[in-house]
Structures are given as C-alpha cells and as structure tokens.
Design a binder for this molecule. Structure first.
Ligand SMILES: *Cc1c(COP(=O)(O)O)cnc(C)c1O
Length: 471
C-alpha cells in the first residue's frame, strides 16, 4: 500500500516512511491511494479472530514494509488482556432494550480510547527506530488525555524520549497523578507556568525551528498521524462482530468527536466494506462538526469562541483530521481540497461545500448532533437510573445524540471514549455518587511525583531538551 497527500502531491510513500511524520510536505494529510476492499467471505473469516489477530489482518492490508512475522509479534505484544483488561479488548455491552450498545474503548492504562492507538504506536516507533538505528524526542503539549496516553505508550521504550508540556496546576489531581507518577527515565514532565495555549505555542515555536528540530530529532504523536488512525479502524470491525450474528446485518456507530480522528477511522472501515449504515458524529458545545454536517459550512473557531466544557477532550476549535474525509467527499480532488483547507480556511477561516458535494454526504452515511452540559448530566443520570450503567461525560454526549438517531432493527453502537473515574466531579454532579476506579489506580494521587516546573519560555524548554536528550 502506498500513501499520498490530500492536497494534490502524488508522491507515493510507504507506511514506515510516514510513520514518524506529521503533515505531508505540501501541508496535507496522508491517506492510502485506495481503500482495500473486504468481502463477505473475508468478514466471515475474521469474525472468530482474537482482537490481536484481527488487528494483524487489517493492518497487513495497509503495511507492506514490515515483515508479517514482525507485525504479528507487535500487535500481539500490544493488545493483551493484561493491558486492556479483558480478552475481548473492546467488549460491547447492551443498554437494556434501547437498541443502543456501548463499545468500551477505555480500559487501557489511561482509561481513555487514545490508548487503543497510542499503545500500538509506542511499539511501532520502538521497532522502526531500532531498525533505522535512530532516536526520537517526542515533544508535545497536553491538557490531559493525549499526553498521558503518549507517556504510557512510550515509557521504557528504546530510542524514544518524551518531553510533555502541561499547564502547571491546571490539570485535575487525577490527571496530574497519572502523568507525574511515572518514574521512567525517558519520560519528562514539564509543568509550564501558564495556560495550555502557552504550552502549545512553545511546542509550535520549537517545531518551527527546523535546525533545532533536525539536530535534536524532535517529533510528535498528534492525532493526524496515519498509524494512529489505522489502529482505530480495527475496533469498528471488532464492535461489528460482537453486535451482529451474520455479515448481512447493518449497524450504526455514534462517536463522541473532537478532532475527527476516531470517527474518521469509522469512515475508513465503512469505505473498506464494513456494513455500517450511519456514522453519527456527536459533539459538545464546540459544534464545528455538527454545523458542517447540518449546513455544509465548516467554520473554525477562535480561542474566545472555544468553550471549556465538562467533556474537555472534545473542546476543539478546528477538527484536525476532517480534511481526510473532505478529500474523499470531493472525489479525491487534491486541488479542490487544497483550495478549501490550504486557501479558504487560511483566508476566511471557513468554507462552504457546493450543493452537489453537500448532497454526497449521504452516500458516506454521516449524521450528526450536539450535546450540552445539561444534556450530559441528564444522560448520565438516566443511563444510570434505567440501566445501572455509569458512563463518562464524553460517552454521555454520544448516548444523547445516539438516542435521537437510533432506528428500529439497526443496532447503534456508541463508542465509550473514557471511564467515569476520570471525570468524577461531573459524575457526582449528575448522580450524587463517586465513580469507582480500577484497583491499579487507587490512591495514585499519593504516589511520588516526577516533574519540573518551567517558565513559559521557548529558550528554557529548548535548553531542557538539549540537556536531557542524551539520557
Ligand atoms: C480525544 C477524545 C475524544 C475525541 O476524539 P477525536 O478523535 O479527537 O474526535 C473524545 N473523547 C475522549 C475521552 C477523548 O480523549
């Protein structure tokens, strides 16, 4: 399989060439030249497979520059019951007779779905860096979920170091404890005296210094990474097999969305031939995506217009993976995609697709809806009262929208993107009770913490990286 950019550069690259990269050189995102097609016979064969073996089958359709035996070993090492809490890895459960099901993607080390992809990425990075004899220093900024998923994926990995910036004193005590209790020598937590945007600006400034970036082998693990998206395609298949008895049945998925990475993996699965009727995009008050699917206008928001909500991992001002879907929507026309994302967004902060393009959305099965803090509280409460099932705030946004979209005879699978333990304050507000915690995370707030407080200064961060990147 070869990969090309969404903005018209047709230079073909292989999987391991784009594994450690972010954007394509022309500013676009990487996509496969075509989606491999899966027929009924293949689905029938895959239905009985263990999660890791299913992952191997799907990944091998997209990766031809890692020997099969090595790829199999990598996925088997990644998707274990020990790391993900059950043999099913992503168990599906039913919400009574509502027609809704929940697929649990959040039983990994950091209790959020980002572990599903990040754990594989850690093993792929270690493998590829060893093969090249190279090192990589990952620099990132986090307000919570992404940073901890990256640290738990990269801890102890050969050839990789993580420098993770977070706003000092602004994460929840639980999130802080999750990250700062890691004692691994290759993980560096830098608590920046400032807000999240300050931390992110520093990462951008360092990444824009190309000489520094090259000298110190700086890389990132952000959500536009193709390998992350590919890893997520697997659980759409795994969820489908659990929710159906035969391969002629259809299901729909409802996906709590921010950067469009998760639901874009669903789009890829559907394009491969998985019988998915609808892909329902659920947003919170930050409804950039819902607005697009309702109106055909995609309008990015400024920071003043970006709401801080009780489903914080969906608080985005623009959806960084959305360009991948639009490229398919406009008939894989790189010039058109460039005109929309490279030009209109840069100039006006918005674009509107043509009526014909808007009409084509139906063919891709997309629907959308939005949810608010009041909806979240009501949904967490009613899901607990009716079904005895305690869900987190992001999953609640999904359930709220799924209830509006569920159709008779078509199971609606809501992706559970985090566990309630991570957002205890809102759970208490909704139900009056404290969410339980997996045993391994009891009392983590009391563990010794390893972090360095730094001023919001690009030079100080650069000096820290330079000093610690030989450790
Ligand atoms: C990151 C995240 C999301 C949003 O996923 P995208 O891929 O950015 O759309 C939703 N819920 C949780 C808990 C997350 O961590």
């Amino acid at each position: 399989m070869k990969y090309i950019s969404t903005r018209g550069d047709k230079t073909e690259r292989r999987f391991c060439e784009i594994l450690l990269e972010g954007l394509a050189p022309d500013g676009g995102l990487y996509l496969p030249v075509a989606y491999p097609q899966v027929d009924g016979a293949t689905l029938a064969r895959w239905r009985g497979l263990a999660y890791a073996d299913l992952a191997f089958e799907i990944l091998s359709l997209y990766i031809d520059d890692i020997p099969a035996a090595d790829l199999k070993a990598l996925v088997r090492k990644t998707y274990t019951a020990e790391v993900f809490g059950s043999e099913a890895i992503v168990p599906v459960r039913r919400l009574g007779d509502s027609g809704l099901m929940i697929e649990a993607l959040s039983n990994g080390p950091t209790l959020a779905f980002k572990d599903m992809a990040m754990q594989l990425l850690g093993n792929l990075f270690e493998y590829e860096l060893a093969r090249r004899g190279e090192q990589l220093n990952i620099l990132g900024a986090t307000s919570g979920d992404t940073g901890s998923a990256a640290e738990y994926a990269m801890r102890g990995k050969q050839g990789v170091r993580v420098f993770m910036l977070s706003p000092n004193g602004r994460m929840s005590p639980f999130q802080q404890a999750q990250m700062f209790s890691l004692q691994d020598a290759n993980i560096h937590n830098l608590a920046v005296e400032g807000v999240f945007d300050d931390a992110q600006d520093i990462v951008k400034a360092v990444s824009n210094d190309l000489a520094f970036k090259r000298q110190y082998k700086i890389g990132t693990v952000n959500s536009i990474n193709w390998a992350r998206l590919l890893a997520q395609v697997v659980y759409y298949f795994a969820g489908y097999f659990q929710a159906t008895k035969g391969n002629s049945e259809q299901v729909s998925f409802c996906v709590p969305s921010g950067n469009f990475g998760n639901v874009c993996a669903g789009h890829v699965a559907r394009q491969m031939g998985l019988p998915v009727k609808h892909l329902v995009v659920a947003t919170n008050e930050n409804d950039v995506l819902d607005e697009f699917f309702r109106t055909g206008t995609y309008r990015v928001r400024g920071s003043a217009e970006t709401h801080e909500t009780s489903s914080p991992s969906m608080d985005i001002s623009k959806a960084s993976n959305f360009e991948r879907f639009v490229y398919d929507l406009v008939g894989r026309d790189g010039a058109r995609t460039k005109a929309l994302f490279g030009e209109a967004i840069a100039r006006d902060g918005a674009f509107t697709v043509t009526p014909a393009e808007f009409a084509a959305i139906d063919r891709y099965g997309f629907q959308s809806g939005r949810s608010t803090h009041a909806d979240r509280l009501a949904t967490i409460r009613s899901t607990f009262d009716r079904f005895g099932d305690l869900i987190d705030t992001h999953t609640a946004d999904g359930v709220k929208v799924a209830v509006e979209r569920v159709e008779a005879g078509v199971p609606m699978i809501v992706l559970e993107t985090a566990l309630p333990a991570k957002f205890a304050e809102t759970i208490v507000e909704a139900t009056g009770r404290q969410p339980g915690r997996p045993a391994k995370l009891e009392g983590i707030e009391a563990l010794p913490k390893r972090f360095t407080v730094v001023p919001a200064s690009v030079d100080v961060i650069k000096a820290f990286v330079a000093e610690h990147c030989q450790d």
